[in-house]
Ligand binder design. Structure first.
Ligand SMILES: *Cc1c(COP(=O)(O)O)cnc(C)c1O
Length: 411
């Protein structure tokens, strides 16, 4: 494994860090870090091999354990998640990222690293569908249970943590799919710290440009890199970032290796290059989204818009407090319900019919029949996912084209 190379670069702007951070000059002087399509790495001597295994000498060994194409993306993400932040001693905060084959693989490393039989995870109802299923259906058979509650009522959160001493981890996702509910990071993470719970935040919808959970002292940040970090919809991937570098390099690295959910050089290459435009993409994503949300909110065919940048959203204040902009994800309901929603989706000409999010193009999907199909109807409706709800990931097209497309599809 290579050292975590977060240098003190002479960089003041986040956009510059997106482009330059994490880059390691290539031994062959390639401008862009190449795709290191190699499963294994050569030792000059037996002794060198031994030294790499024992950690005496830094260097790559085998691509399940690390690869130069991964290192670039990992260092970039660690630099962005800690950009401008300080540790308790006032020094620049550092973190270590481990790239995975998918967001779900990174989550599995996180949960297996910290939870054993009898432990519980405190979380909230509006989680990503896959995370919810993993916690509800897979981990209980290993003796790990979720405790699901509305984490807006902090007095109740504290009561539950005090009462149930088997709660070991607090797991937050904000903003969350598809109603864009947000939870207060500062307040909840402070409670996790007070009661010595491990805390982790799914920062996929925000990206480090809009929100940095390490600012509030969380232990881990998680991303499905498939979304805004890659930004172009070209690769599935995930990343787990930890601020305890020692632990990331030992215990967490070990579990990551043994579970085998490693990334691959091509996807990591696409990711590292996608990240270079993160700031400019996010600015455009967010300014488009605000205009789209305002257009939809005043449209007579629409009954409700869920966008944390609108004052009508229940978590408007939380989003204002902890996000640079309210993001580019939203959902809305047509007055005439499911049938009207299907007709609307079919009439779209610029917006694309697909699940996933964070791509350059605008994606439209139907949560009840697609992403949340596996969630029972009552549970779905309790968290605001009605049959008529439509989700939209607003892209970076020229906004007039999006507004015109939505307008003609709503006729
Ligand atoms: C997509 C997504 C995941 C899962 O990531 P994969 O890359 O699909 O495995 C987890 N959380 C959120 C918020 C997501 O959008």
């Amino acid at each position: 494994m290579m050292e975590n190379v977060q240098k003190d670069e002479p960089v003041n702007g986040f956009g510059t860090a997106c482009i330059h951070s994490g880059h390691i000059p290539d031994p062959n002087y390639a401008h862009v870090t190449p795709i290191y399509a190699s499963s294994t790495f050569v030792f000059d001597t037996a002794e060198q091999g031994m030294n790499r295994f024992s950690g005496k000498e830094k260097g790559y060994i085998y691509s399940r354990w690390g690869n130069p194409s991964f290192t670039e993306a990992e260092n970039k993400i660690a630099a962005l998640e800690t950009f401008g932040l300080k540790d308790d001693a006032g020094n620049p905060l550092r973190a270590k990222a481990l790239l995975h084959a998918s967001g779900m693989a990174a989550l599995t490393t996180l949960f297996i690293s910290h939870l054993k039989k009898g432990d519980k995870v405190l979380t909230h109802p509006s989680l990503y569908g896959g995370t919810n299923e993993l916690l509800q259906k897979i981990f209980p058979s290993f003796g790990v249970e979720p405790v699901v509650m509305d984490m807006h009522d902090l007095t109740k959160v504290e009561e539950i943590i005090k009462k149930d001493t088997s709660i070991r981890m607090m797991y937050l996702e904000t903003p969350a799919n598809p109603t864009l509910r947000c939870v207060d990071l500062a307040a909840n993470i402070a409670l996790a710290k007070k009661y010595h719970l491990v805390s982790a935040v799914d920062n996929t919808f925000a990206s480090p440009y809009l929100q940095q959970p390490f600012r509030y002292g969380t232990d881990y940040v998680f991303h499905s890199t498939t979304k805004f970090l890659n930004g172009h919809g070209t690769a599935v991937g995930g990343v787990l970032i930890g601020s305890d570098i020692e632990k990331m390099n030992s215990a967490i690295y070990k579990i990551h290796n043994l579970l085998g959910g490693n990334s691959n050089p091509f996807d990591a290459f696409l990711l590292a290059n996608g990240i270079k435009t993160l700031e400019v993409r996010m600015e455009r994503h967010c300014s488009n989204a605000m205009k789209v949300a305002q257009f939809l909110e005043q449209h007579p065919a629409i009954s409700k818009v869920n966008y944390p940048g609108l004052q009508s959203h229940p978590d408007y204040a939380i989003a204002q407090k902890q996000m640079k902009h309210p993001g580019s994800m939203m959902s809305f309901e047509l007055k005439d319900g499911l049938e009207a929603g299907k007709k609307f989706i079919d009439k779209l000409k610029v917006c694309v019919r697909a699940v996933s999010l964070g791509t350059c193009d605008t994606l439209v999907s139907h949560p009840a029949s697609m992403t949340h199909y596996g969630v029972p109807k009552e549970q779905r409706e309790a968290s605001g996912i009605t049959d008529g709800l439509i989700r939209m990931s607003v892209g970076i097209e020229n906004v007039e084209d999006l507004l015109n497309d939505l307008d003609q599809a709503l006729q």
